[in-house]
Design a protein around this ligand. Structure first.
Ligand SMILES: [Ca+2]
Ligand SMILES: [Ca+2]
Ligand SMILES: [Ca+2]
Length: 98
């Protein structure tokens, strides 16, 4: 790892809500490259509460705010379900793939 890697670390904001109108915005350094550009653009975390940080929130358009939740629901290490958060309330309830 060279020192220049640190310059590529970008904080990504993401919103989690409970669905009752309460939403919290969090921020974490991007540590995953989901778009394949070589620059980290997603944050690894345990989205589904499985106990493993095998899910990710992805800032697909690079504006600093996560807009896609990528989940590994079957625990095989490969992200397999993608959701967006059209309400902006952090409920991530619109499945876009598969
Ligand atoms: Ca998980
Ligand atoms: Ca974004
Ligand atoms: Ca999987």
């Amino acid at each position: 790892m060279s020192a220049s890697v640190e310059l590529d670390m970008t904080d990504i904001d993401y919103v989690f809500g409970t669905g009752d109108g309460t939403a919290h915005t969090w921020s974490a350094p991007a540590d995953l490259d989901l778009s394949g550009t070589g620059v980290p653009d997603a944050v690894r975390l345990d989205f589904d509460g499985s106990g493993h940080p095998d899910d990710a929130l992805w800032d697909s358009d690079g504006d600093g705010l996560a807009d896609v939740a990528a989940l590994d629901l079957d625990g095989d290490g490969v992200l397999d379900h993608y959701f967006t958060d059209p309400s902006g309330l952090g409920t991530w309830d619109e499945q876009i793939w598969p």
